[in-house]
Design a protein around this ligand. Structure first.
Ligand code: FAD
Length: 376
């Protein structure tokens, strides 16, 4: 009986297992996960969990997990891979597989030991406790995560300073004009935005900048990006760049695929491996790999998609808004607080951005994906 071993039991690993069963795979499935928890939603950590609305964020209930007929080995970390023998090491134990799916995600960069990071449920609980007593918080890094922590901390009554390395916030595929609108949202809500700031160190006083100023804070959060969790693959012979290098279908080597935040799938548009840290990409990659393992069928290309909620504003982004794209309003009012923009380049819609118009955004996205023959 074919044995699929999935290393990493979070959203990408779980979706692989669920999709294998949905595609009719009736072999053995094992999920090996370093965390001792059943799979939980990371997007909820910086939103509902940090704000205190939820205490936990399980992706599925116990009955759904048992219904999968998969073996969950939680609290167990893979330590090595021997692709020739088709074995994964967990300390001294060796687990044999026929097909391996690598879904080990990413770990936050931690440049300053006196600062907090946010990746796990334990991190979220710790930060929530700190925010409850800390009245001044400084966040290093003005990407999506930094902005979300700013939003939740502000909602909790903290005074917030967001420290950006560049000219303002930088939200993945949102592009400069719309990132500037996010900067406006932060400022309107009383968040202090420090731009072009180079952090030297973090200590009990707060954050010391290269220009000699100190951003006073009792809690400092580093939100400066992640590195792929590939340590355990050292010496395996797999090609590792910024992530496990895969072809356009997520295949890394014979009998080995990688999905989610750890995986750098080759982008068919330019032939380069690229890693994406978005939940929906993790889900679509997992579905595509499960289909390939169960049926041998290839899947259409995957476009990046992410969402966030900042200060009550729901932002949805499909594709990447490049700096030279033309923005056209396709719903709502472009200068208001509800709209959908299409970003066009060379006559082609490359990206969509929804701002408090989730329904209209989803309809436009479904139309675009249908026209392109991509996965919805
Ligand atoms: C706070 C926060 C908020 C986010 N918000 C959004 C959002 O709003 N929208 C969005 O699109 N995306 C968001 N993301 C990103 C999204 O959560 C990730 O893209 C998604 O979790 C990726 O899933 P994954 O399964 O690939 O990796 P992970 O979720 O990182 O899971 C990897 C799992 O593998 C385990 N593991 C690692 N090494 C080993 C090993 N050697 N052996 C066994 N197990 C191992 C890890 O412990 C972990 O449980 C957010 C992320 C964070 C941290």
């Amino acid at each position: 009986m074919t044995h699929v071993l999935i290393v990493g039991a979070s959203v990408a690993g779980l979706t692989t297992a669920e999709s294998l069963r949905a595609q009719g795979f009736d072999g053995r499935i094992t999920l090996l996960g370093a965390e001792r928890h059943a799979p939980y939603s990371r997007p909820a950590l910086s939103k509902q969990v940090l704000s205190g609305e939820w205490d936990a964020a399980p992706i599925r209930g116990g009955a759904e997990l048992s219904g999968l007929d998969a073996t969950f080995r939680l609290g167990r970390r893979a330590t090595g891979l021997d692709p020739r023998r088709r074995e994964v090491a967990v300390g001294r134990e060796r687990i044999a597989y026929d097909e391996l799916v690598i879904a080990t995600g990413a770990v936050p960069r931690q440049p300053f030991r006196a600062s907090q990071t946010l990746r796990t449920i334990e991190d979220a609980h710790r930060l929530r406790r700190l925010l409850a007593r800390g009245d001044r918080i400084a966040i290093i890094g003005a990407g999506v995560l930094g902005c979300e922590v700013a939003s939740s901390a502000h909602a909790g009554g903290c005074a917030v300073t967001l420290i950006a390395r560049g000219e303002g916030v930088s939200l993945g595929g949102l592009g400069p004009p719309l990132s500037e609108r996010v900067g406006g949202l932060l400022r309107e809500n009383g968040v202090e935005l420090r731009t072009w700031a180079h952090v030297v160190t973090v200590d009990a006083a707060g954050v010391r900048l290269a220009d000699g100023t100190i951003v006073g804070a009792s809690v400092v959060v580093s939100a400066v990006g992640c590195t792929p969790a590939v340590e355990w693959l050292r010496g395996s012979g797999l090609e590792i760049a910024d992530g496990v290098v895969c072809d356009v279908n997520g295949r890394a080597a014979d009998g080995i695929h990688a999905v989610g935040d750890v995986a750098a799938w080759t982008d068919p548009s330019d032939g380069r491996p690229r890693r994406t840290e978005h939940q929906q990409t993790a889900i679509l990659q997992a579905q595509a790999v499960a289909r390939a393992i169960a049926t041998g069928a290839a899947s259409p290309p995957i476009e990046p998609f992410f969402w966030t909620t900042l200060f009550g504003t729901r932002i949805l982004v499909h594709g990447t808004v490049r700096p030279d794209a033309e923005l056209h309003v396709i719903a709502g009012e472009g200068d208001g607080d509800r709209f959908v923009f299409a970003a066009r380049r060379e006559g082609r819609v490359e990206a969509l951005v929804g701002w408090n118009m989730a329904r209209e955004f989803r309809l436009a996205r479904a139309d675009l994906l249908r026209a392109e023959g991509s996965l919805v």
